[in-house]
Write a protein that binds this ligand. Structure first.
Ligand SMILES: Cc1ncc(C[n+]2csc(CCOP(=O)(O)OP(=O)(O)O)c2C)c(N)n1
Ligand SMILES: [Mg+2]
Length: 346
């Protein structure tokens, strides 16, 4: 199937403000996906506070507004799959059921953090849930995920690899090399591109001749699907098909999930991208809120009431404040440990 070079309405902030279409969907699954998206949103709002008050010392890249991709993708993965993230991966970690306490501890640089307090927000690690690492060097984990897919194939398992990255990563040569290799070697990997139209402060229109990333998959002979990245129902359904194919046929695929980040590239503010004033249609993109659109649909079909939503919000807030309070109490790593994670030790 030939895909259009440009995203059309998916990149038009005036479109797709309506409630999601949820006819025929499993209500329990939708509620659990809603809960997970709210957990991610509220956790990242808390991280934004920690950045603003300078309690978090590491750079934090927030995915507020982009929660649906992580949740829709994670729905089909097992802890045996090999999943790799990037600099903006709190949502991936939490969608994979990563522990909230160890996330806060890592962001605060505590020894009990998921990377021992040595990595911070951009170096998350949770192999128990399949997350083999997140790395801030743009595109760096794409070839590593490709290698993990090769290993899964050589081991004759049905496991797959997932590579989460942004549109900015497709400006890098190694993205193209990895797609080519995965195609030629028939590797069980799904490349998941969260196309939020920006790499730092640079809009895709000044970086690339077309705004759809899926065209690169077509060029490499890889199946690709393009979805509204703020529609968890669509993402989950399409991802289900791609995962089934990757597990059974041991073939690569690319999912392009079109979305938008509400905060600046790094840090808590909405009006700045790495110090550059944001020229943004944020107000319109907020009308495509992945959480509000699902809530509206659930309310319209009487699956969720306002009161139930309030209770759910409160439960999640309690989880977050409890985890953060515990993380605050944890010690920092001892200075003598500083080089421990830098060099490999036999
Ligand atoms: C190789 C490399 N070049 C530049 C940077 C600086 N940098 C960090 S994140 C980023 C933007 C990446 O954009 P994208 O991949 O679209 O992800 P998003 O931030 O939009 O989620 C840049 C340029 C880097 N970390 N690594
Ligand atoms: Mg981007």
């Amino acid at each position: 199937m030939t895909l259009p070079l440009d995203l059309g309405i998916l990149a038009d902030s005036n479109q797709l403000h309506e409630p999601l279409i949820i006819d025929g969907c499993d209500s329990q699954l939708l509620i659990s996906q809603l809960k997970r998206m709210i957990l991610i949103r509220k956790t990242e709002e808390m991280v934004a506070n920690l950045v603003e008050t300078k309690e978090a010392k590491c750079p934090c890249h927030l995915a507020i507004g982009q929660e649906a991709t992580a949740v829709g993708v994670a729905a089909h993965l097992t802890p045996r799959d090999r999943i790799f993230g990037c600099h903006r991966s709190h949502a991936h970690y939490l969608a994979l059921d990563g522990d909230l306490y160890t996330l806060f501890a890592e962001i605060l640089g505590k020894v009990t953090g998921c990377s021992g307090g040595m990595g911070g927000s951009m170096h998350l690690y949770d192999p128990e849930h399949g997350l083999m690492g997140t790395v801030p060097i743009v595109a760096a984990t794409i070839p590593i995920a490709t290698g993990a897919a090769l290993a899964a194939k050589m081991d004759k398992t049905t496991d797959i690899a997932i590579s989460f990255f942004g549109d900015g990563a497709t400006d890098e040569g190694v993205f193209h090399e990895s797609l080519n290799f995965a195609s030629v070697m028939n590797l069980p990997i799904i490349f998941v591109c969260e196309n939020n139209l920006f790499s730092s402060h640079l809009h895709i229109s000044i970086r690339q001749p077309h705004n759809s990333i899926a065209r690169y998959a077509t060029a490499h002979g890889i199946a690709a699907r393009v979805v509204d990245g703020n529609n968890v129902v669509d993402i989950s359904q399409v991802m289900g098909e791609l995962v089934k194919q990757a597990r059974e046929e041991r073939k690569p695929a690319l999912l392009e999930s079109v979305t938008y980040r509400w905060r600046g590239h790094v840090g808590h503010r909405e009006d700045l991208d790495v110090g550059v004033k944001r020229t943004t249609q944020l107000g319109l993109w907020k009308k495509r809120d992945p959480i509000a659109r699902l809530i509206k649909a659930l309310e319209n079909q009487s699956i969720l009431t306002r009161d139930e939503l309030i209770v759910l919000d409160q439960e999640i807030e309690t989880l977050i404040t409890t985890a953060l309070e515990e993380a605050r109490k944890a010690p920092y790593p001892d200075a003598s440990q500083l080089l421990n994670c830098v060099y490999y030790q036999r």
